[in-house]
Design a protein around this ligand. Structure first.
Ligand code: ZN
Length: 221
């Protein structure tokens, strides 16, 4: 996939995926926490108005995509389950939270926790998701910058793809024959033709013809 301009990439960590909220199939998962029947009843009573409110929340990518995980599993199991799938936000509600009319919002990105008043949650989620989206985007940009190399000749290009991978900024004349040769010999494809040229004109890696700017290559994984 080639894109002009900035690309957004989903990155993960050792706990699985991190998804941008605008593309996440589930943006918020609600985890009710209870040990006894009384606790469960109290939590369910608090969930009812909350669920009604969640149905009305609009986000940058349409109506809020959310669900309540009522499975008979431990909270830890559920936290892990949804973290692995990259769900941006989870809302934990236990009996003590209900008593205090609050819930705990946890971000997948950095596991930062925030206590929110139950009746304020509906009004806060869209903003929280928009901020999260922006942070994932900034991380992707920073990740790309940290893993980018500028190369000027084909031997260095091949060695860099092999040894370091990542993203390579190199000159290309615009001819699909050169692009195909690079792809066949190194597995790298052109990902981005930057809006702003980096470093000015140069010569194509393959045939030495003039190139007005570097393009971004990466190998498909
Ligand atoms: Zn060329």
């Amino acid at each position: 996939t080639r894109m002009v301009g900035a690309t957004i990439m989903a990155h993960g960590d050792d706990q699985g995926m991190v998804l941008p909220p605008n593309v996440a199939p589930v943006q918020v998962v609600v985890i009710p926490i209870s040990r006894t029947d009384e606790e469960r009843a109290a939590v369910e009573a608090a969930l009812e108005p909350l669920e009604q409110e969640l149905r009305t929340v609009m986000t940058a990518s349409g109506p809020l995509r959310w669900q309540v995980d009522r499975r008979e599993e431990s909270p830890g199991f559920k936290f892990n389950h949804w973290e692995l799938r990259g769900v941006p936000l989870r809302l934990e509600i236990g009996p003590r939270d209900v008593a205090a009319e609050q819930a705990v919002l946890v971000r997948r990105l950095d596991r930062a926790k925030e206590t929110l008043s139950l009746n304020a949650i509906g009004g806060q989620l869209a903003g929280r998701l928009a901020g999260y989206q922006q942070e994932v985007f900034q991380r992707a940009i920073a990740f790309r910058a940290a893993n980018s190399h500028e190369v000027d000749d084909y031997d260095t290009f091949k060695a860099t793809v092999e040894e370091r991978g990542g993203f390579l900024y190199a000159h290309w004349c615009g001819d699909s024959t050169c692009e195909r040769q690079i792809n066949e010999e190194t597995g790298a494809t052109i990902r981005v033709i930057p809006f702003e040229s980096s470093g000015g004109p140069g010569k194509c890696l393959i045939d030495g013809r003039p190139s007005s700017q570097r393009v971004l290559f990466a190998r498909a994984y």
